[in-house]
Ligand binder design. Sequence first.
Ligand code: DX5
Ligand code: ZN
Length: 224
Amino acid sequence: MSPHRPILAPSVLAGNHASLGKALETAVAAGAQWLHLDIMDGHFVPNLSFGPQTVADLRKLNAEIFLDTHLMLANPDKHIEAFAAAGSNNITIHVEPNYDVIGTLERIAQLGCQRGLALNPGTPAEAALPFIESVDLILVMTVWPGFGGRNFITETLEKMRIFDLWRTERNLPFRLEVDGGIDASTAPACLSAGVDTLVAGTAFFKASSPQVFLRQMEGEAGRQ
Ligand code: DX5
Ligand code: ZN
């Protein structure tokens, strides 16, 4: 069971990339407090998305929204300063690539950002164990990253439960986030597994009413 207020973070990857400012406006109009920004390098994941300048321009449009920046990069340690300077509030790095994870988490905190650590579906929860006292957020990927609109991988539910148990047993403060294939049919099981932060791109931007969808997700979470 999470100690945190439930949050839906719309992922602008599913928005129109010729005008991501409109995706931001849609999220804000729907009542979103967070915005999820997927940064892809074409190496760690087989897709390219956008960089720090886009984040900085989105921040210029809205000073309040919490920018939840998800770095899907082979060498995230080389880009922390740029995304912090662009206005990120949280910077999430993946545990899989070969770099100084703990040193990078420390730098993220020194730059005034919250620290997130992400695990791909095939990565066991134990890979994050050395770092769980040094993060503000754990991101359990529920699809293989790189593209929106992929199907939710149900085997990841067990990993959510493990993190929720560790958080409770050790009285840790991190948020537990899921990302990929999250919609009205997959969110309830995640929330029951202890998740409190839901990323949704396709389901949010394709919803007939993004506001109704957001309220359902955050309200649903409140009832767990
Ligand atoms: C996938 C990204 C997700 C994606 C959301 O690599 O990390 O954030 O944009 O996926 P859907 O569209 O399934 O919600
Ligand atoms: Zn993401």
